[in-house]
Design a protein around this ligand. Structure first.
Ligand code: GCO
Ligand code: MG
Length: 402
């Protein structure tokens, strides 16, 4: 089999997506997600100008070789743009291989290790009562694990809380929106939030919380310790992770489990965190971390240290990535949990897929390959439009981590 063509499909069915389609001389094609939220066209150009011409004529079954060719062959290593581009190619090749062999991708990764992948939903509310309402609504829908975010009293905007009654969606069209942030008010409020939620929903539901990189290590240590009575499943991205050593300090002060890595793009971003057991869950995803090929190696390394996966799964990761994550999560032994932020009905229509949700778990389905399609005609009705993630400032105007 030979790769005969590779092209990108850019569309915006309620949000922007960049999708790679790789075609072969046997008529089988594969899809890969190349979406890097807020910086989409950089990946599109990297693929179109530098990567796709090198694919033509290659054997799509040689997935490892093509990965190494693109990673080592560029000479310039790592970085979100490069690694998202490599991911898109890698995932499209796994899709082709599954289709060619007539089997779901999870079978190529070792086969089923479990019946389904435990997923967590997002509950959020502008204030405490509405956050609790949202948690209850998700329990009614069958979720067993729920991330809780809430407007912090006395602040104008909080991470993870939508404006009005629209669902939370991180990117907005136009120039970046700016939000204001107060660490002091946040740290005082969050323990009350989880105390109230636990009281209302009992001990059994898994509760998660995303700090979104906003604290210093010692502040994160204080938060983790103050949340211990409510036994969270995890505290996510408690501090920025460029300095992996920062997690040592948090770890030394709290037994609240820690997840990080959604902005990582290489095994090396996670290496010290894993081998020192400073984290419990690694969130680096297939789309931004170099594809299934790279994540399999990272997950296997993490398994040795009893670190489990908890992949990023926000709406800016397309249904192609969601499917890939579910095949991956069904197969590997050290799967922990998968984020599930459902796409809008329109996005789901543009990307028909075989994955399903039932009673707290998701399943990738039994279709050969990834089990995701793209309706190109429908996609063409929703052209790409520039959008940005917000910028956060402290109350005195200093730019901080969003
Ligand atoms: C999450 C994330 C997202 C990100 C978004 C950025 O845990 O789901 O933090 O909401 O902010 O994916 O593009
Ligand atoms: Mg997050």
């Amino acid at each position: 089999m030979k790769i005969t063509a590779a092209r990108l499909i850019l569309c915006s069915p309620d949000r922007n997506f960049v999708t790679l389609r790789v075609e072969t001389d046997e008529g089988i094609y594969g899809l890969g997600d190349a979406t890097l939220n807020g910086r989409e066209l950089a990946v599109a150009a990297y693929l179109e100008e530098h990567v796709l011409p090198c694919l033509i004529g290659r054997d799509p079954f040689a997935i490892e070789d093509i990965w190494q060719y693109l990673y080592r062959g560029a000479y310039w290593r790592r970085g979100p743009v490069t690694m998202t581009a490599i991911s898109a190619v890698d995932v499209a090749l796994w899709d082709i291989k599954g289709k060619a062999l007539g089997t779901p991708v999870y079978n190529l990764l070792g086969g089923k290790s479990r019946q389904g992948a435990l997923v967590y939903a997002h509950a959020n509310g502008a204030d405490l009562p509405s956050a609790i309402e949202s948690v209850k609504k998700h329990i009614d829908e069958g979720y067993l694990a729920i991330r809780v975010q809430c407007g912090v009293p006395g602040t104008l905007s909080s991470y993870g809380v939508p404006k009005g009654d629209k669902p939370y969606e991180p990117a907005e069209r136009g120039l970046p929106a700016e939000s204001l942030w107060s660490t002091e008010k946040y740290l005082n409020f969050v323990p009350h939030l989880f105390e109230a939620v636990r009281k209302e929903v009992g001990e059994d539901i898994h509760l998660l919380h995303d700090v979104h990189h906003r604290l210093t290590p010692i502040e994160a240590a204080r938060l983790g310790r103050s949340l211990e009575p409510y036994h969270l499943f995890w505290m996510e991205d408690p501090t920025p992770a460029e300095n992996q050593d920062a997690f040592r300090l948090i770890r030394e002060h709290t037994v609240t489990p820690i997840a990080t890595g959604e902005v990582f793009n290489s095994f090396w971003d996670a290496h010290d965190l894993i081998r020192n057991q400073w984290i419990d869950y690694i969130r680096m995803t297939i789309v931004h971390g170099g594809g299934i090929t790279a994540l399999k190696k990272t997950a296997d390394f993490a398994a040795i240290y009893q670190v489990r996966t908890g992949f990023h799964g926000a709406t800016d990761l397309s249904p192609v990535t969601m499917a890939a994550a579910l095949h991956f999560g069904l197969a590997i032994h050290n799967f922990g949990i998968q984020e599930h932020m459902p796409h809008t009905p329109l996005t789901d229509q543009v990307f028909p897929h075989s994955y399903t949700f039932e009673a707290g778990y998701m399943h990738p389905g039994e279709a050969p390959g990834l089990g995701v399609e793209i309706d190109e005609k429908l996609a063409a009705q929703f052209p790409y439009a520039r959008a940005y993630l917000p910028i956060a400032r402290k109350l005195d105007g200093t730019v901080t981590d969003w």
